[in-house]
Write a protein that binds this ligand. Structure first.
Ligand code: NAD
Ligand SMILES: CC(C)=CCC/C(C)=C/C=C\C(C)=C/C=C/C(C)=C/C=C/C=C(C)/C=C/C=C(C)/C=C/C=C(\C)CCC=C(C)C
Length: 624
């Protein structure tokens, strides 16, 4: 079933297809370790800055120029030809995108980055009538939730586990974000969120049906029947409260007061749980140490920290939504979500520019006023919104001496989580059981849960949607946390060799842990990405998956919202409240758009109350 997005992804002229046609040698890439090597060939050929073009052999340059022409599906053929001609005719000067956004315009919002956080902010603002410019460094939207194609496979860059696609309640944030721009995507419900394969043969399947899950867990820990119920009941209190609120900015008092009046119990429940960590709730009801470790991995699966460091509000959201809206896979792949939002943004008159690498946030009279790209272009905005991580935003995009004290504090409270080693495989379908679950987690030793390569996450989206792989093939995406340091300073040959060696070890563990005997033999395509790959293509410092608390947090209380100490500058994405997760950053995008809209007069607020409330809020949070 082809959606318009899948047609785009499968379009023979899409850039990813262009990439996959390149030779194996060039696939190994210009920069060793690049998971999208041809894209880096392409970038190095100087699409946004062709100063290096003279160094390339003519045939490579021409192929790249044609690739560029082919990758602009939405532009007129005249424009595409113009761009390609410019690339060929004027190789020693930076090529200006002929359809580049105008520089002499004052936008309501200039947004840096088209991750899901940036895209939701952009689309929400455009839907409210704002004049929006979205600048993306890469060549497709989505960031960690984007896609790439190789040899007929459409791989999800990150996880394939999508929440937020439900059709009831208010926590279905992807459904709502798409609806705001008049879009809807077809999705396939996943019968289980994840299948855990844990030490000592403990195997737990998280069924979509809540009672089935509780029965399965209770059968493994019958002596904790009551504790299990009580723990998950607390999660439901949170989820039901969240799912009854109109989810918007907690920094906007008019909205907040309105919700307190309409839903006092829900708001008080959330206020109660705001400073609480999951581990404390679990320990209140559960004594069995193995079951407590199970609760740890229930959180680690999406927060990359154990329950003691995971805010209870987020646990309430994830551990219940999987039985409510459930996990669903968008037909054609996760990348379609970003592509569909980007289409919707443009249809509403918003502008999105790719290969637009923001180098600097401009500050005038103590207020963020615009951005400068690496090619020198400048764009002005009443507000500037960064979807880059806070480390990238405050240490690279702003002059370091402009770092506000609040950000210094953030860096003491939160640290960068590890990145991932990602193994994208195409596997002969006859080698895998037909009825396998889509998502698995494998851990052989509890004491290694948080170590590099300790826990293996597996997504096999073709178990639900065969359209993302060639006939009789499955996608197996295995990923495991690891740090960037051990991948630095290697020669290109050593780097390549290490990638393959580590990947072989992970695949061997999957053969045992999942019972997928012969997985390695049946693998007909494999590409390995490292933290360096994440850093390069996702523009995330050290390739980090996101911020995690460096010490026991007070739940979500210390997590920064969208406004920053620099007037006019906002942040959105996983280094803002409520943290990592596509549905979480979708919330962050909605909240950010709401706050920005209030600040530029597109949304009602109560100015007198606004200032005082936010002062109080930041004083309280400063003390956390
Ligand atoms: N990191 C992973 O492996 C991974 C995997 C699965 C899901 N996720 C989820 O993805 C979400 C992250 O979403 P997000 O919205 O916070 O961010 P994101 O990292 O997905 O997107 C940020 C975007 O900003 C762009 N960008 C960064 N700096 C830029 C600059 N200077 N100029 C122009 N563009 C720039 C990047 O290219 C990227 O597209 C989280 O929910 C996370 O849980 C991450
Ligand atoms: C006093 C004040 C300010 C407020 C009063 C009280 C009040 C009204 C509070 C309101 C709070 C609100 C609105 C909170 C909202 C919280 C939300 C929306 C949280 C959402 C969290 C979503 C998360 C954490 C989603 C995570 C999803 C996943 C699956 C993430 C990662 C996935 C992986 C790493 C891959 C896993 C893969 C495999 C294979 C296992």
């Amino acid at each position: 079933m082809a959606t318009s997005w899948t047609r785009l992804a499968k379009d023979p002229f899409s850039v990813a297809t262009f990439s996959s046609r390149r030779s194996t040698k060039s696939q190994r890439s210009v920069e060793a370790g690049c998971a999208k090597p041809c894209l880096s060939d392409w970038t190095q050929a100087g699409v946004s800055n062709v100063t290096g073009v003279k160094l390339l052999p003519l045939n490579t340059f021409l192929t790249n120029a044609i690739g560029l022409r082919q990758k602009l599906p939405k532009q007129s053929s005249k424009r595409r030809n113009d761009v390609a001609r410019m690339a060929v005719a004027a190789p020693s000067k930076p090529v200006q995108d002929v359809d580049a956004p105008e520089e002499n315009v004052l936008y309501d919002a200039v947004i840096i980055g088209s991750g899901m956080g940036g895209l939701v902010t952009a689309t929400q603002l455009a839907a409210k009538g704002a004049k929006v410019l979205l600048l993306e460094k890469y060549i497709v939207p989505g960031g960690s939730a984007a896609y790439f194609e190789r040899e007929g496979y459409t791989f999800d860059v990150g996880s394939s586990m999508m929440f937020g696609f439900g059709d009831q309640g208010t926590t279905n944030l992807l459904t709502r974000a798409l609806a705001a721009v008049g879009k809807k995507m077809e999705t396939i419900p996943d019968p289980a969120m994840v299948h855990y394969h844990l030490p000592d043969g403990l195997s737990v399947r998280v069924h979509r049906d809540y009672e089935e899950f509780i029965a399965e867990l209770t059968s493994k820990f019958p002596h904790e029947k009551e504790g299990i119920r009580k723990f998950y009941d607390d999660c439901w209190k949170i989820f039901n409260a969240l799912n009854s609120l109109d989810l918007k900015s907690l920094e906007e008092p008019r909205y907040l007061l309105g919700e307190f009046v309409k839903q006092p119990l829900a708001c008080l429940t959330l206020a109660y749980f705001l400073p609480v960590n999951t581990g404390d709730v679990a320990r209140k009801y559960i004594k069995d140490e193995t079951l407590l470790r199970f609760i740890d991995i229930e959180d680690y699966a999406w927060s990359t920290v154990p329950a003691s460091l995971t805010p209870m509000i987020n646990s309430g959201m994830v551990l219940c939504d999987r039985h409510y809206g459930g996990v669903r896979y968008p037909i054609g792949g996760v990348g379609g979500i970003a592509q569909t939002l980007a289409d919707g943004l443009e249809e509403l008159g918003g502008k999105i520019a790719y290969k637009a690498n923001v180098k600097r946030i401009l500050v005038e009279n103590g207020q963020a006023s615009g951005v400068r790209l690496t090619d020198g272009r400048e764009y002005k905005g009443k507000t500037i919104i960064s979807n880059a991580t806070r480390w990238d935003t405050f240490e690279k995009l702003l002059e370091p001496e402009n770092m506000p004290d609040a950000e210094k504090k953030f860096q003491t409270r939160y640290r960068k989580s590890p990145s991932f080693l990602s193994i994208h495989m195409g596997v002969r379908a006859d080698a895998l059981p037909d009825d396998s679950d889509v998502h698995h987690m494998v851990l052989e030793d509890w004491s290694k849960m948080e170590e590099s390569y300790g826990t293996i996450f597996v997504s096999m989206p073709t178990m639900l949607d065969k359209s993302v792989a060639p006939k009789d093939r499955h996608i197996v995406h295995a990923f495991t946390p690891c740090w960037i340091e051990e991948w630095e300073g290697l020669s290109p040959a050593d780097y390549r060799q290490k990638k393959e060696q580590v990947a072989d070890e992970i695949v061997d563990r999957l053969e045992k842990g999942l019972g997928f005997k012969g997985l390695r033999q049946a693998t007909v395509f494999r590409e390995v990405g490292t933290p360096r790959t994440h850093r390069k293509f996702l523009a995330r410092e050290d390739g980090t998956y996101g911020p995690v608390p460096s010490r026991r947090p007070l739940g979500l209380l210390g997590m920064p919202f969208n406004t920053t100490a620099l007037k006019g500058l906002y942040c959105v994405g996983d280094s803002c409240f409520p943290g990592q997760g596509v549905n979480a950053v979708a919330f962050s995008g909605m909240a950010c758009a709401h706050r920005v809209a209030a600040d530029i007069g597109l949304e009602k607020t109560i100015p007198v109350l606004d200032g005082a409330f936010n002062k109080l809020l930041s004083t309280v949070r400063d003390r956390v």
